[in-house]
Ligand binder design. Sequence first.
Ligand code: 13P
Length: 254
Amino acid sequence: MKKLIAANWKMNKTIKESVLFIEEFKKIIKNEKNAEIVICPPFTALTALSKELKNSNIKIGAQNMHFEEAGAFTGEISPLMLKETGCEYVILGHSERREIFGEDDLLVNKKIIAALKHGLSPILCIGENLEQKNQGKTKNIIENQLKNCLKSIDKSQMESITIAYEPVWAISRGNPSHKAATKEDAEEGHKFIRSVIEKMFDTAISKNIRIIYGGSMKPENARELLSMPDIDGGLVGNASLDAKSFAEIVKSVK
Ligand code: 13P
Protein backbone atom coordinates (compact mmCIF):
# COMPACT_ATOMS: atom_id res chain seq x y z
CA MET A 1 0.00 0.00 0.00
CA LYS A 2 1.18 3.54 -0.73
CA LYS A 3 2.32 5.74 2.12
CA LEU A 4 -0.31 8.25 3.22
CA ILE A 5 0.63 11.89 3.63
CA ALA A 6 -2.17 13.88 5.21
CA ALA A 7 -2.40 17.59 5.97
CA ASN A 8 -4.19 18.62 9.14
CA TRP A 9 -4.72 22.34 8.73
CA LYS A 10 -6.38 22.63 12.16
CA MET A 11 -8.20 25.99 12.50
CA ASN A 12 -6.34 27.67 9.65
CA LYS A 13 -7.27 29.00 6.20
CA THR A 14 -10.42 30.65 4.92
CA ILE A 15 -12.10 29.19 1.82
CA LYS A 16 -10.21 31.65 -0.35
CA GLU A 17 -6.87 30.77 1.23
CA SER A 18 -7.62 27.06 0.91
CA VAL A 19 -8.34 27.36 -2.80
CA LEU A 20 -5.19 29.41 -3.38
CA PHE A 21 -3.15 26.73 -1.60
CA ILE A 22 -4.65 23.98 -3.75
CA GLU A 23 -4.02 25.83 -7.00
CA GLU A 24 -0.34 26.15 -6.12
CA PHE A 25 0.00 22.69 -4.58
CA LYS A 26 -1.61 20.87 -7.53
CA LYS A 27 0.92 22.35 -9.92
CA ILE A 28 3.90 21.29 -7.82
CA ILE A 29 2.84 17.69 -7.19
CA LYS A 30 1.21 17.06 -10.56
CA ASN A 31 3.35 14.02 -11.39
CA GLU A 32 3.71 12.65 -7.89
CA LYS A 33 2.57 9.03 -7.79
CA ASN A 34 4.36 7.60 -4.77
CA ALA A 35 2.10 8.81 -1.97
CA GLU A 36 -1.61 8.94 -1.28
CA ILE A 37 -2.36 12.56 -0.43
CA VAL A 38 -5.16 13.79 1.83
CA ILE A 39 -5.95 17.38 2.83
CA CYS A 40 -8.03 18.01 5.95
CA PRO A 41 -9.13 21.66 5.85
CA PRO A 42 -11.64 23.31 8.22
CA PHE A 43 -15.27 22.19 7.61
CA THR A 44 -16.08 25.44 5.80
CA ALA A 45 -13.59 24.72 3.00
CA LEU A 46 -14.50 21.06 2.40
CA THR A 47 -17.00 21.62 -0.41
CA ALA A 48 -14.88 24.16 -2.27
CA LEU A 49 -11.78 21.96 -2.09
CA SER A 50 -13.71 18.90 -3.12
CA LYS A 51 -14.69 20.70 -6.33
CA GLU A 52 -11.12 21.90 -6.89
CA LEU A 53 -9.78 18.38 -6.44
CA LYS A 54 -12.18 16.45 -8.65
CA ASN A 55 -10.17 14.24 -11.02
CA SER A 56 -6.96 14.84 -9.09
CA ASN A 57 -4.81 12.49 -7.02
CA ILE A 58 -5.62 14.42 -3.82
CA LYS A 59 -8.36 13.39 -1.40
CA ILE A 60 -10.24 15.34 1.21
CA GLY A 61 -10.74 14.65 4.91
CA ALA A 62 -12.41 16.34 7.87
CA GLN A 63 -10.81 17.04 11.24
CA ASN A 64 -13.67 15.88 13.46
CA MET A 65 -17.23 14.60 13.34
CA HIS A 66 -20.22 13.86 15.58
CA PHE A 67 -21.38 10.26 15.78
CA GLU A 68 -25.09 10.90 15.19
CA GLU A 69 -26.58 11.44 11.75
CA ALA A 70 -28.69 14.45 12.76
CA GLY A 71 -30.31 16.03 15.80
CA ALA A 72 -30.08 18.65 18.52
CA PHE A 73 -26.28 18.90 18.70
CA THR A 74 -25.54 22.59 18.32
CA GLY A 75 -22.30 23.27 16.53
CA GLU A 76 -21.64 19.70 15.43
CA ILE A 77 -21.23 18.11 11.98
CA SER A 78 -22.56 14.66 11.12
CA PRO A 79 -21.09 11.87 8.98
CA LEU A 80 -23.86 12.40 6.40
CA MET A 81 -22.91 16.05 6.07
CA LEU A 82 -19.26 15.13 5.56
CA LYS A 83 -20.10 12.54 2.93
CA GLU A 84 -22.11 15.12 1.05
CA THR A 85 -19.06 17.37 0.73
CA GLY A 86 -17.08 14.63 -0.99
CA CYS A 87 -15.02 13.87 2.08
CA GLU A 88 -13.38 10.42 2.23
CA TYR A 89 -11.36 10.60 5.44
CA VAL A 90 -11.96 11.93 8.94
CA ILE A 91 -9.41 12.57 11.68
CA LEU A 92 -10.75 11.30 15.00
CA GLY A 93 -9.38 11.53 18.52
CA HIS A 94 -6.78 14.19 17.81
CA SER A 95 -4.95 15.17 21.00
CA GLU A 96 -6.20 18.74 20.65
CA ARG A 97 -9.79 17.42 20.66
CA ARG A 98 -8.93 15.32 23.69
CA GLU A 99 -7.02 17.97 25.66
CA ILE A 100 -8.87 21.16 24.77
CA PHE A 101 -12.38 19.82 24.16
CA GLY A 102 -12.44 16.95 26.63
CA GLU A 103 -12.98 14.07 24.20
CA ASP A 104 -12.30 10.64 25.65
CA ASP A 105 -11.73 7.17 24.19
CA LEU A 106 -15.39 6.22 24.59
CA LEU A 107 -16.52 9.14 22.47
CA VAL A 108 -13.79 8.51 19.91
CA ASN A 109 -14.93 4.88 19.67
CA LYS A 110 -18.51 5.98 18.92
CA LYS A 111 -17.21 8.31 16.23
CA ILE A 112 -15.10 5.57 14.63
CA ILE A 113 -18.08 3.23 14.50
CA ALA A 114 -20.23 5.98 12.94
CA ALA A 115 -17.56 6.96 10.39
CA LEU A 116 -17.19 3.35 9.23
CA LYS A 117 -20.96 2.94 8.98
CA HIS A 118 -21.07 5.86 6.59
CA GLY A 119 -18.08 4.85 4.49
CA LEU A 120 -15.66 7.42 5.86
CA SER A 121 -12.11 6.24 6.58
CA PRO A 122 -11.06 7.20 10.10
CA ILE A 123 -7.57 8.43 10.89
CA LEU A 124 -7.40 7.53 14.57
CA CYS A 125 -4.94 9.65 16.54
CA ILE A 126 -3.26 8.25 19.61
CA GLY A 127 -0.16 9.17 21.60
CA GLU A 128 1.19 9.99 25.02
CA ASN A 129 1.76 13.46 26.47
CA LEU A 130 5.00 14.65 28.05
CA GLU A 131 4.00 13.82 31.60
CA GLN A 132 2.98 10.29 30.63
CA LYS A 133 6.22 9.85 28.68
CA ASN A 134 8.30 11.04 31.64
CA GLN A 135 6.48 8.64 33.94
CA GLY A 136 7.34 5.75 31.59
CA LYS A 137 3.68 5.19 30.73
CA THR A 138 3.91 5.52 26.94
CA LYS A 139 3.17 1.90 26.08
CA ASN A 140 0.35 1.68 28.60
CA ILE A 141 -1.32 4.79 27.25
CA ILE A 142 -0.99 3.69 23.62
CA GLU A 143 -2.31 0.22 24.34
CA ASN A 144 -5.31 1.54 26.29
CA GLN A 145 -6.16 4.08 23.63
CA LEU A 146 -6.07 1.40 20.94
CA LYS A 147 -8.16 -1.06 22.96
CA ASN A 148 -10.78 1.55 23.90
CA CYS A 149 -11.01 3.40 20.61
CA LEU A 150 -11.16 0.21 18.52
CA LYS A 151 -13.59 -1.58 20.80
CA SER A 152 -16.11 -3.73 18.88
CA ILE A 153 -14.51 -2.94 15.54
CA ASP A 154 -14.61 -5.94 13.28
CA LYS A 155 -11.53 -7.40 11.56
CA SER A 156 -13.09 -6.67 8.18
CA GLN A 157 -13.40 -2.97 9.05
CA MET A 158 -9.75 -2.58 9.95
CA GLU A 159 -8.68 -2.08 6.34
CA SER A 160 -10.51 1.28 6.33
CA ILE A 161 -8.68 2.55 9.41
CA THR A 162 -5.40 4.45 9.57
CA ILE A 163 -3.66 4.99 12.89
CA ALA A 164 -1.75 8.19 13.49
CA TYR A 165 0.87 7.99 16.21
CA GLU A 166 1.18 11.54 17.44
CA PRO A 167 3.31 11.85 20.57
CA VAL A 168 1.71 14.97 22.05
CA TRP A 169 5.10 16.36 23.16
CA ALA A 170 6.28 16.39 19.53
CA ILE A 171 3.35 18.43 18.17
CA SER A 172 4.55 21.86 17.09
CA ARG A 173 1.53 23.93 18.17
CA GLY A 174 2.50 26.26 15.37
CA ASN A 175 6.18 26.55 16.32
CA PRO A 176 8.17 25.63 13.19
CA SER A 177 11.35 24.92 15.16
CA HIS A 178 9.69 22.47 17.57
CA LYS A 179 11.49 19.10 17.60
CA ALA A 180 9.89 15.96 16.18
CA ALA A 181 10.40 12.57 17.78
CA THR A 182 13.66 10.99 16.63
CA LYS A 183 13.21 8.41 13.91
CA GLU A 184 14.21 5.71 16.40
CA ASP A 185 11.63 6.81 19.01
CA ALA A 186 8.92 7.13 16.39
CA GLU A 187 9.77 3.71 14.96
CA GLU A 188 9.63 2.16 18.43
CA GLY A 189 6.14 3.63 18.95
CA HIS A 190 4.95 2.39 15.57
CA LYS A 191 6.35 -1.08 16.14
CA PHE A 192 4.61 -1.27 19.47
CA ILE A 193 1.30 -0.14 17.95
CA ARG A 194 1.65 -2.85 15.31
CA SER A 195 2.23 -5.44 18.02
CA VAL A 196 -0.91 -4.36 19.90
CA ILE A 197 -2.95 -4.51 16.69
CA GLU A 198 -1.60 -8.01 16.10
CA LYS A 199 -2.74 -9.07 19.58
CA MET A 200 -6.16 -7.44 19.14
CA PHE A 201 -6.79 -8.65 15.58
CA ASP A 202 -4.30 -10.77 13.66
CA THR A 203 -0.91 -10.72 11.96
CA ALA A 204 -2.21 -9.89 8.49
CA ILE A 205 -4.14 -6.88 9.79
CA SER A 206 -1.16 -5.67 11.80
CA LYS A 207 1.03 -5.89 8.70
CA ASN A 208 -1.44 -4.18 6.39
CA ILE A 209 -2.68 -1.35 8.57
CA ARG A 210 -1.15 2.03 7.86
CA ILE A 211 0.44 3.66 10.90
CA ILE A 212 1.41 7.23 10.15
CA TYR A 213 3.50 9.60 12.26
CA GLY A 214 2.47 13.09 13.38
CA GLY A 215 4.42 15.70 15.35
CA SER A 216 6.61 18.37 13.76
CA MET A 217 7.09 16.47 10.51
CA LYS A 218 8.63 18.91 8.02
CA PRO A 219 10.72 18.90 4.84
CA GLU A 220 13.93 18.68 6.93
CA ASN A 221 12.99 15.45 8.71
CA ALA A 222 10.32 13.82 6.55
CA ARG A 223 12.67 11.65 4.52
CA GLU A 224 14.35 10.04 7.52
CA LEU A 225 11.08 9.49 9.41
CA LEU A 226 9.40 8.05 6.32
CA SER A 227 12.31 5.70 5.67
CA MET A 228 11.64 3.75 8.87
CA PRO A 229 10.10 0.32 8.28
CA ASP A 230 6.99 0.80 10.41
CA ILE A 231 6.23 4.42 9.47
CA ASP A 232 3.64 4.35 6.69
CA GLY A 233 3.16 8.06 6.21
CA GLY A 234 2.68 11.33 8.03
CA LEU A 235 -0.02 13.55 9.51
CA VAL A 236 1.36 17.02 9.08
CA GLY A 237 0.15 20.15 10.87
CA ASN A 238 2.18 23.33 10.66
CA ALA A 239 4.36 22.34 7.70
CA SER A 240 1.25 21.51 5.64
CA LEU A 241 0.03 25.11 5.65
CA ASP A 242 2.52 26.14 2.99
CA ALA A 243 2.06 24.49 -0.42
CA LYS A 244 5.80 24.23 -1.19
CA SER A 245 6.66 22.78 2.19
CA PHE A 246 3.82 20.23 2.11
CA ALA A 247 4.76 19.27 -1.45
CA GLU A 248 8.34 18.68 -0.35
CA ILE A 249 7.12 16.29 2.33
CA VAL A 250 4.98 14.45 -0.24
CA LYS A 251 8.03 14.22 -2.49
CA SER A 252 10.07 12.69 0.34
CA VAL A 253 8.12 9.48 -0.15
CA LYS A 254 10.20 7.13 -2.23
P1 13P B 1 2.47 19.64 13.70
O1 13P B 1 2.92 19.04 12.41
O2 13P B 1 2.21 21.12 13.62
O3 13P B 1 3.36 19.25 14.84
O4 13P B 1 1.03 18.99 14.03
C1 13P B 1 0.92 17.64 14.06
C2 13P B 1 -0.51 17.32 14.23
O5 13P B 1 -1.10 17.58 15.27
C3 13P B 1 -1.19 16.74 13.06
O6 13P B 1 -2.44 16.24 13.40
